[in-house]
Design a protein. Sequence first.
Length: 337
Amino acid sequence: MSLLTRFEAAARERLPQAHYDYFAGGAGDESTVAENEAAFGRLRLAPRVLSGAPPDPAVTLLGCRASMPLLIAPTAFHRLAHPDGELATARAAAAEETVMVVSMASTTPVEALADTGADLWFQLYVQPDMAFTERIVARAEKAGCRALVVTADSPVFGARPRDLHNDFHSLPEGLACENLREGDVVRPIEFSPEISWARLDRLREVTDMPLVVKGVTHPADARLAAGHGAALIMVSNHGGRQLDRTAAAIDLLPAVVDALVGAVPVTVDGGIRRGTDVVTALALGAQAVLLGRPVLWGLAAAGEAGVREVLAWFRAEIELATALVGGPLDPSVVRPC
Ligand SMILES: Cc1cc2nc3c(=O)[nH]c(=O)nc-3n(C[C@H](O)[C@H](O)[C@H](O)COP(=O)(O)O)c2cc1C
């Protein structure tokens, strides 16, 4: 049983069913949730030998150095997992030296997270009210966020049967999406079909933060994103929480990498559960991966210490896998099984 499996079991025990289900669940039949992990299981490695000392796992992306090619994905509502919420996650990111992508739906204000000293990127759902959207972006920039991650895969909210079954549709008393607070008012997040390339162009004009497009799955969109000035592209199916039956993230990666021919760095997230998954993603052309649910399991199980343990465990896993798979790390070391 891996550390992650143990932490997930602890989270399941500690959390109310509706909150555990919110974190674990996905859209439709949850086939994409399962596929994200299963697809790694269908790949095998052909290690290289006698290739010398493994490289330093540290990466620099958009000017931010991470001690390993693994960043924390934006996930909502950390205070549902643990009372310390996003503060615990940000402190763990700072201690383990990686980037935390702060969800717009954070239950802790971005300014408080910036005080931890962690390198933060800010994730945005473009709101139909563009003036409000721009105020959120300005606030994130002022807080010191180093990139703006625009989530592009959510023109509407994916239907999640577990949440419907549990009647989970709002935060408990005392918790709110603090990045949407203006004075006493916290506006609800709206998912808007009006998100478009034109809106991305507008965001590029109003911020100096580099733009990241999260949720790209199709190579044509990767080219469009690069053409519209994206500084980094995140291949992601939102952890299977938006459109069920979307292909596994790792299976979508190679076509996106090919389409971009090195013009823009690419990351992938969805189903990363082992160091070998990370090495596979790097071999297929990702510069780094992002981690969603495992961070939440660490947080629910043991707060900041739990997130630190998850990150440190991944660093050891990545170092081991990198040393054993040798180099050069390119698609030739990955085989279908
Ligand atoms: C509970 C939960 C909440 C999420 N909230 C957001 C969010 O607010 N914004 C966003 O862009 N992605 C969100 N995601 C998607 C993650 O950023 C990421 O794409 C996904 O979790 C990666 O898959 P993994 O959980 O298998 O690692 C969320 C995912 C989960 C599990």
